[in-house]
Design a protein around this ligand. Structure first.
Ligand code: SAM
Length: 325
């Protein structure tokens, strides 16, 4: 059928996060034909990723770009050598720009920055969310910009989780390093990155030094497995004051794992800030479906604290335990 420009635009905006796209930045999703409606969750084992001692090596062969006061690796030039999974399946060698044949349950969309990440960053400054000394988790982090903003906001601890270990090694960790090294040098971490002037409403640049990396931990794996790892690890673990999560509720098959992970990991008086599109066509998830799911579980109270009505509706939801202060 003939598609109007409007329907083409709409399908771009509503595509599933797992459909894949090469371009980081908001509003750049491409429509993927391979909507994972039959997708079932793989229980990918959890792993903690150590921060290499040689930080410069982490940024080797990476192109670092800058948007406002945030540094990030140009993902379109990251050549993926391996989208690993726990069973050793799905070893693929693909450039990020041609990943239309991604295997459902193997890659979960962490190789680009999804637009709700920027909605949530905007919301932090509008609502004056305080990260100082807080223990923060960026859940389903991809590039990890939410956690990096928390780190710049003087969070006490920031943990990053992504489904794919390759995303953590090749994108999240380098981004955290770039923001720590980049800030301390004041010149960026090299690589011929672009700079964009910050709009006045953006949060002011906060200091972040390489020492800030000692506050960070990086995990890959499926949510319930990561939760299990945190509780069973020898390292001390305290529950999170703030859990940040963007574009992670596209697939209703994952709602139980996500909900239970939030319930296990959030401090009794903690807050979850969740950014999502109203609906993800093709996969079926969305903010209202998740809201209903959470309501039925009767553990959290939810409140939609911001709605963005440009194109497809997007929302920010705050969650807290029903019996919290
Ligand atoms: N938050 C990033 C952003 O806004 O740019 C990435 C969003 S990406 C669409 C969805 C993220 O959720 C992926 O990074 C993936 O690792 C994570 N994810 C989705 N389902 C997951 C699951 N069942 N277990 C663990 N992580 C999952």
């Amino acid at each position: 059928p003939k598609r109007t420009q409007e329907s083409v635009e709409k399908s771009k905006q509503t595509s599933s996060p797992v459909a894949g796209s090469s371009s980081p930045g908001p509003g750049t999703e491409k429509h993927g034909a391979e909507m994972p409606s039959e997708k079932k969750l793989c229980f990918k084992a959890a792993k903690e990723h150590d921060i290499p001692e040689d930080l410069a090596k982490v940024l080797e062969n990476k192109v670092v770009e800058r948007r406002w006061d945030l540094y990030y690796i140009n993902m379109s030039v990251v050549e993926m050598t391996c989208l690993d999974d726990a069973n050793g399946e799905g070893i693929v060698s693909k450039s990020v720009s041609s990943r239309s044949d991604l295997i459902p349950g193997v890659y979960e969309g962490g190789l680009k920055i999804w637009e709700c990440t920027f909605d949530l960053i905007d919301y932090f400054s509008e609502a004056e969310i305080q990260f100082t000394n807080k223990t923060v988790l960026d859940l389903g982090c991809g590039a990890g910009l939410l956690g990096i903003v928390a780190l710049k906001g003087k969070a006490g601890k920031v943990h990053f989780q992504d489904y794919n270990s390759t995303v953590i090694d090749e994108i999240t960790l380098p981004n955290a390093v770039a923001n720590c090294i980049g800030d301390s040098s004041g010149t960026g971490s090299g690589g011929g990155g672009k700079t964009h002037k910050p709009p006045s409403k953006r949060p002011k640049k906060a200091e972040c030094s390489p020492d800030a990396l000692t506050k960070c931990r990086f995990f890959s794996g499926e949510w319930s497995e990561v939760s299990r790892l945190l509780f069973s690890s020898n390292k001390p673990f305290s529950k999170y004051d703030i859990i940040l999560t963007s574009e992670t509720i596209y697939n209703p098959d994952y709602y139980t794992a996500l909900h239970d992970t939030l319930a296990q990991l959030l401090d009794k008086n903690g807050r979850v800030y969740l950014a999502s599109k109203a609906h993800y066509f093709g996969v079926g998830g969305g903010i209202y479906l998740f809201e209903k799911f959470v309501e039925e579980r009767n553990i959290f109270r939810t409140s939609i604290v911001k709605t963005i009505d440009k194109g497809l509706q997007r929302c920010i939801m705050e969650m807290a335990f029903k019996d919290s202060s």
